[in-house]
Design a protein around this ligand. Structure first.
Ligand code: SAM
Length: 311
């Protein structure tokens, strides 16, 4: 195992400072901090997982993963990573897609944006290659620690605590970037710019497609009038998350405007029937039901697609 004082060497070479974008980050002798050789910013390293963000995702006024009840969702991701729960339908389907399109070679490196506990790696190792080279990034630190507990930490599997909108990674640092997260992002362009910047070859983006562009604001936790009072679009003070369903036409336009080339745009038909009510005892977010390859989440019908973007 190649570790530079508890930080995988290959990962250290890919990191950059989020303030001045300098790629020379030095690990202190204890391995507890990374220091930027240019602006001298300091970043903590927790048990081999660098934390390279200021105080949390800054441009996101919504962050449901901060809520205690939603944190329980992390527990199901942990169980899926360990094998105590079945692999997620989307993780099997992602692995099958990568394999069937021959997007993997034994030297390819993959970055998973919004990886939670790295539970996708379980499917990637089983379906594609036990030596799959994987880095997962997430803004929720203890999900990543759980990922480390399950998969260990080495050059083939490592994690970074950071913000998808300000990745501490040098340009073209991974061959392929995968993401199943951007449907929560109203600021899609910023998110895509970052993903495309760090991808050397391709971004594979899984997202629900809207028949028309559609923004859904889901109010979590309290559903009573006594609890939340008047609901209005401009209120942000209740716990919520957003679901952004972009139309195909919109996505083609934005990718084109950013200089990417769409190489495939196809429906994800590769998941089985399931009902998360039986798996997750989480009441603050709507349950998912999959019926005949369609995901119904609360009142939303999610028409999942894979979009391959060559950079
Ligand atoms: C619904 S989970 C998805 C996990 C996984 N991609 C999947 O499909 O199962 C969303 C994850 O994204 C993370 N996340 C949310 N906003 C983020 C941001 N701005 N930067 C990095 N991670 C973020 C959350 O902490 C959470 O673990």
């Amino acid at each position: 195992m190649s570790l530079s004082n508890m930080l995988p060497t290959k990962l250290l070479k890919k990191l950059q400072c989020i303030s001045c974008k300098n790629p020379d980050l030095f690990l202190t002798s204890s391995g507890g901090k990374l220091i930027c050789g240019s602006c001298e910013n300091e970043y903590n390293v927790y048990d081999g997982i660098p934390s390279i963000l200021r105080s949390g995702p800054e441009t996101q006024e919504w962050n449901p993963w901060d809520l205690d009840e939603v944190k329980m969702l992390g527990d199901t991701f942990y169980k899926r990573a360990k094998g105590d729960l079945p692999e997620k339908e989307s993780s099997k389907s992602f692995a099958n897609l990568i394999k069937s399109k021959n997007l993997y070679t034994e030297h390819s490196s993959f970055l998973d944006i919004g990886c939670a506990t790295g539970h996708y790696l379980r499917s990637f190792r089983r379906i594609i290659d036990p030596q799959f080279q994987y880095t997962g990034i997430d803004a929720t630190d203890f999900y990543l620690q759980w990922g480390k507990k399950v998969f260990g930490l080495d050059d083939n599997c490592n994690f970074v605590h950071c913000d998808a909108l300000n990745l501490p990674l040098i340009d073209n640092s991974y061959d392929i970037v995968i993401v199943n997260l951007f449907h929560f992002f109203p600021n899609l362009k910023e998110a895509l710019i970052e993903a495309m910047r760090v991808a050397g070859k391709m971004v594979i983006w899984r997202t629900p497609i809207g028949q028309v562009n559609c923004m859904a604001k889901i109010i979590l936790n309290n559903q009573s009038y006594e609890g939340i009072g008047d609901i209005s679009l401009d209120r942000h003070d209740y716990d919520h998350c957003v679901y952004m369903l972009y139309s195909k036409e919109y996505i083609e336009g934005i990718v084109n405007a950013l200089g990417g080339i769409i190489t495939f745009f196809e429906r994800d038909n590769d998941f089985g029937d399931m009902d998360t009510k039986s798996l997750e005892d989480i009441n603050c977010i709507p349950h998912t039901k999959v019926i005949a390859n369609m995901q119904i989440m609360g009142n939303l019908y999610l028409d999942w697609h894979y979009i391959g973007i060559s950079v």
